[in-house]
Design a protein around this ligand. Structure first.
Ligand code: ATP
Ligand code: MG
Length: 412
């Protein structure tokens, strides 16, 4: 069995499955291996062919197991997609600890209370992210355990997903012989791996651009302020190019990666030769067209997100900048396009501060898988650092604060 010192993260992407295996050695998280397998079993971010995805999970897990020389038996799994919604909620509970001090159980009950919001039928709560506590009306606490008071208020960001979508992602991993311990919203995991403490404190927007969908989270004071998802991602960029250049999607994909969003002037004189759609010879197209098409789509993507922020009066929150991650973030010129739309500094974010076999997972397409193991590692460290008395009660009743919350949503 996977001991507590071996952690596995599985990113079930809509184009590929990425697996990262890590171990806790001398209290440090060390990357031991990784695996990657492309598949064709998702449409618009939703699993459309379960067997293909199961096969990719197994292939990626086999590769990671072989590299790490560790078995992959259970894993924390990433979930994205446009059915995932989030909303901020509050809940209050009386403080029940001895001498009116907050217990771990009080925090847990308060957070669970946040999950009692009305969600659409056929949806399930995925996660409740703690966003701070208040005691007798005094806000500003990251944790309240051990503090004196009568009433504990919790603020939580509740994420929920269409039940079929979440169940299918779990099923794909379970059917590959790996037990799912938790589902984590993908950009939340990616944020764990790529963001600096300053970015999370001052306010930043993390955008995970994949193949079938783009997910984003807005963070401030280390709490989640907003989340969202759109189907505009790498697939759409490539399809646009294929249509405009009248070429195949495979050729458009190559052109996208080679040319990117160059500014109009540098490409006007260059011509590109691409295979014609339907295999009827070659076509010559101006390279400037590529830049134009990709720039327009990039603007469309960022304007969609900016509009959501602006509608909620949050356009000025990401003061510390925009961080682009996921395979789609590798598009040349995307950073500049993001800066233009949001009016803040932008950068491409990949996993930072990892040790071990880090080279193969250093690209932005690995942020989610690395973030999943990092998140799980930090959860274990936090649990070990919590007061012994509280911890005993905690272990006796539940696997983890989020484990139970997750089960809460998962079972209904
Ligand atoms: N060098 C590059 N330039 C531009 N785009 C790239 C580059 N490398 C990869 N991509 C794009 O990245 C996308 C895949 O990203 P990623 O691996 O993060 O997707 P995924 O996790 O499988 O999908 P999703 O997150 O939507 O489920 C593809 O659309 C691909 O075209
Ligand atoms: Mg992804």
């Amino acid at each position: 069995m996977n001991g507590p010192e071996t952690l596995t993260g599985i990113d079930v992407g809509s184009r590929a499955v990425s697996v990262v295996v890590a171990a806790i050695e001398d209290d440090q998280l060390v990357i031991k291996g990784c695996g990657h397998a492309a598949h064709d079993g998702a449409k618009k971010g939703i699993i459309s062919d379960l067997e293909q995805v199961v096969g990719a999970v197994r292939a990626a897990a086999d590769e990671a197991e072989a590299m790490a020389s560790l078995p992959v038996e259970d894993a924390v799994v990433g979930i994205g997609g446009t059915s995932i919604q989030g909303v901020r909620a509050m809940a209050s509970v009386p403080v029940t600890g001895r001498r009116h001090t907050v217990t771990e159980e009080d925090e847990r009950r308060a957070l669970r209370g946040c999950g009692r919001i009305t969600i659409p039928p056929d949806y399930r709560v995925l996660d409740i992210i703690p966003c701070g506590f208040a005691l007798d009306g005094q806000p500003g606490m990251d944790r309240a355990v051990g503090m004196p008071g009568n009433r504990l208020d919790a603020s939580g960001f509740v994420l929920y997903s269409h039940k079929t979508h979440a169940d299918t992602v779990e099923q794909a991993v379970n059917r590959a012989g790996v037990r799912v311990t938790r589902l984590i919203f993908e950009p939340l995991a990616a944020g764990e791996a790529v963001l600096t403490r300053d970015e999370k404190d001052l306010g930043c927007l993390l955008i995970d651009i994949g193949y079938g969908s783009t997910e984003w989270i807005l963070l401030k004071d280390r709490a989640v302020v907003a989340t969202g998802s759109t189907p505009v991602a790498g697939r759409v960029f490539t399809n646009d190019l294929a249509v405009v250049l009248k070429t195949t999607r495979a050729a458009a994909e190559d052109v996208k990666r080679e040319v990117g969003i160059l500014d109009g002037e540098s490409t006007t004189s260059t011509a590109l030769e691409v295979p014609a759609q339907g295999g009827e010879g070659m076509l010559v197209q101006p390279a400037s067209l590529v830049g134009e098409v990709l720039r327009e789509r990039a603007r469309d993507l960022f304007i969609r997100i900016h509009q959501v922020l602006a509608m909620n009066d949050q356009a000025s929150v990401p003061r510390a900048g925009i961080v682009l991650t996921g395979g789609g973030a590798k598009l040349d010129g995307l950073v500049e396009a993001a800066q233009e739309i949001f009016g803040f500094r932008a950068r491409v974010g990949a996993s930072r501060e990892l040790i071990g076999l880090t080279e193969p997972v250093s690209g932005p397409e690995w942020s989610v898988a690395c973030g999943l193991v990092l998140k799980e590692y930090r959860r274990i460290i936090d649990r070990e650092a919590s007061p012994v008395e509280a911890r005993e009660g905690f272990f006796a009743k539940i696997k983890s604060v989020f484990g139970e919350i997750f089960e809460l949503g998962g079972g209904s």
